[in-house]
Design a protein around this ligand. Structure first.
Ligand SMILES: [Ca+2]
Length: 261
């Protein structure tokens, strides 16, 4: 009986110790996670502080910093290289859609559907979609008739399949605050938008002549998407921030969005 009790106590103690070990490992992970997050955040501010003096950052090069016990890989991409779903002129929306959709009528329908989605009226464009279309769906919903709050809202627009959305996703924003695309990105390798309607395989008809001066222009505020991944031990944490960077040091920068993963 005594032996049995001792054996039970030993078992219990072993279980408690292994539970305590498990807890310690879990707690260590939690500490690492919050450190990795702090390192990523440090990376965001460090990158921004070097922004005006380091040309490589403006060119989109990834920077690596050591911060405390961790390291961070940080890079910046000009947000104005993305099409602003709310501000973009119709020809810029057309340029965007035609850069990913080969089929002419499909592209035409989507361009009108996007413009109908964001315009305030309920008057359907020739190839567009307004309430009458969306209310036939199950479950039914209404056209936004206002600005997009987030790019994911594009999924609700007629013609935006998952494939189309994934292709458009890296090329769009609601934060560039610009009707056109950044002229500086026009010919650069890695520009998020390129005129590729002439080179798309499977395209048989002649694309319309596009006046690129109406698509690309200078201007628009200096808004950048800063991505930082902090690593501590084996744990990583990524922060993506969209920041309006004020070249005048006396004026504070403005954070337009902040996402952690
Ligand atoms: Ca509308």
């Amino acid at each position: 009986m005594v032996l049995w009790i001792v054996a039970a106590l030993v078992l219990l103690t072993t279980a408690t110790i292994s539970l305590a070990r498990g807890n310690t490992q879990w707690a260590t992970k939690m500490v690492e996670k919050s450190q990795a997050r702090a390192v990523a955040e440090g990376g965001v501010w460090l990158l921004i502080s070097e922004f005006e003096t380091n040309v490589a950052i403006k060119d989109g090069s990834a920077m690596t910093y050591q911060i405390g016990a961790g390291s961070v890989v940080a890079s910046a991409e000009r947000e104005s290289g993305r099409v602003d779903l709310n501000r973009a002129k119709p020809e810029v929306i057309a340029f965007l859609v035609e850069s990913v959709i080969v089929e002419r009528t499909e592209a035409r329908d989507l361009i009108d559907a996007i413009l109908d989605w964001r315009d305030r009226d309920d008057i359907k464009r020739e190839f567009g979609a307004e309430d009458a279309y969306y209310q036939q769906l199950y479950p039914p919903y209404r056209a936004k008739n206002g600005p997009f709050n987030a790019i994911a809202e594009l999924r609700l627009v007629r013609g935006v399949t998952e494939t189309v959305y994934q292709q458009l996703k890296p090329r769009i924003t609601v934060l560039a605050h610009s009707a056109t695309l950044d002229k500086n990105l026009r010919d650069k390798e890695g520009a998020s938008i390129r005129k590729n309607t002439q080179t798309l395989p499977g395209r048989t008809d002649e694309p319309d002549e596009v006046d690129l001066r109406r698509i690309f222009s200078t201007g628009g505020p200096p808004i950048y998407r800063v991505k930082c991944t902090g690593t501590v031990g084996e744990t990583t944490s990524t922060i993506t921030a969209v920041v309006e960077i004020n070249p005048n040091e006396k004026e504070p920068n403005r954070v337009l969005s902040w996402e952690e993963a």
